[in-house]
Design a protein around this ligand. Structure first.
Ligand code: 1CP
Length: 374
């Protein structure tokens, strides 16, 4: 570490000045709707592309100073209500001993994916997250200091099923047919792998909270490849265990638990169950009707989302119209505005600004109007 020691201390964080995200996540009243953007630190920002031109993807993740810098890039530009630590969900398979390469223009690739149940023996089962993923914890602690309390910092992990997908498929895929084949042909080995992942993910998320993460998001990005039946068998039980055990283990270490967000992309069939799975917030992709989701969740959770990421291609005026419609559908309480999935690399940053500003000004306006009426 090259920076002064106090920037890696977890005892003296600057005071939080904007707690909108935390209040919304806990279901408390908010004067305006908080907003952040999935993949807000990413390729649509020229300063990110410049950093990547000089540094390999996982080097950025593994170097706390670089990960911190990239995390702060969107915070400097936009009035976002949260930062998300720069990393990737695939650092967990790396911690289990797998090699992952990031191929420019293609995405992640595993040269040696898991093919058969006996390949599970190749994984390191007793992972010490402080040793293998300590660089993420250092990046979180450093970023908490460098944020100067401006907004809270979100930590995250991939969920077991989604990580299983990459470890077996070996990269992104239209169908995820190989991990799906495991579910139907190697059911026991599938559960073994999901259990191995769940254990590491719990330790990893607890470590992030101890390091200073103020909220946690679990990405079940490939829920859409499952059906209600397989989701209930291979995803939901593990997601519930994660929520419960992270809370218990954080408490056992003498810290207050933080709000947890579950984003299960494509899991429209599971919204009622997700609202009872131990997470404070349920993230919605853009295919879900907010009113239907409100009806299904009955105020049990805060909802996050869900503007179509493609809507950022619209004119700034039209973005305001779309945001207004979205806010009217969700209502302005128990809502965290976001896109329904990650931002595309070809989006104009000015349109992100228009999105963020529209969420703030329109939600404030709706709240003031409803106050006047009462
Ligand atoms: O060259 C590059 O810069 C690669 C682009 C990139 C970026 C910017 C990848 C490769 N990962 C990231 C960062 C990242 N990944 C963040 C940063 C924090 C933020 O600003 O939000 C986060 C939260 C992730 C999480 C992640 N990685 C997910 C879950 C979210 C989602 O999109 O559903 C997934 C599925 C991944 C895997 C991954 N990493 C990168 C790519 C291109 C992919 C998707 C591969 C695929 O399935 O096709």
């Amino acid at each position: 570490m090259t920076l002064p020691e106090h920037l890696y201390s977890t005892n003296n964080f600057p005071e939080l000045k904007n707690d909108l995200m935390l209040r919304a996540a806990r279901g408390e009243k908010t004067e305006r709707v908080p907003v952040w953007v999935m993949r807000q630190a990413g390729r649509y920002l020229e300063e990110f592309r410049a950093m990547r031109a000089e540094n390999e993807f996982f080097k950025v993740c593994q170097t706390p100073e670089l990960a911190c810098e990239v995390t702060l890039q969107p915070i400097r530009r936009f009035q976002l209500d949260a930062a998300i630590i720069f990393s990737d969900i695939l650092v967990v398979p790396q911690a289990l001993g797998m090699t992952v390469e990031m191929i420019p223009g293609k995405g992640p690739s595993f040269p040696e994916p898991l093919k058969l149940p006996e390949d599970l023996s190749k994984l390191d089962k007793d992972v010490d997250v402080n040793k293998t993923l300590g660089y993420v914890f250092d990046a979180i602690t450093l970023t908490r200091h460098k944020l100067e309390g401006k907004v809270p910092l979100i930590g995250f992990s991939g969920a077991p099923w989604t990580l299983m997908c990459y470890m077996i498929e070996g990269g992104g895929s239209e169908s995820m047919s190989k991990p799906k084949q495991w579910l139907y042909q190697y059911e026991e080995a599938s559960h073994q792998l999901l259990n191995i992942l769940t254990k590491v993910i719990i330790d990893y998320l607890v470590g992030q909270v101890i390091a200073g993460a103020q909220l946690l998001q679990v990405f079940e990005s490939h829920a859409g490849h499952l059906c209600a039946r397989t989701f209930n068998t291979f995803a939901l039980p593990y997601l519930s265990i994660i929520a419960r055990q992270v809370e218990e283990k954080v408490r056992a270490q003498g810290k207050e638990p933080v709000p947890m967000i579950i984003f299960a992309k494509g899991a429209h069939y599971a919204i009622e169950d997700l609202a009872q799975s131990g997470y404070e917030v349920v993230g919605l992709d853009w295919t879900v009707n907010p009113k239907t989701a409100r009806h299904q969740t009955q105020g049990k959770v805060t909802l996050q989302g869900n503007m179509d990421p493609g809507a950022l291609y619209a004119s700034k005026e039209e973005i305001r119209t779309i945001v207004r419609e979205m806010l009217e559908q969700f209502g302005t309480q128990q809502h965290i505005a976001n896109l329904g999935h990650g931002i595309y690399p070809t989006i104009d940053p000015d349109h992100v600004e228009a999105f963020v500003d529209a969420v703030h000004s329109i939600s404030e306006e709706i709240n003031l109007d409803s106050k006047k009426k009462n």
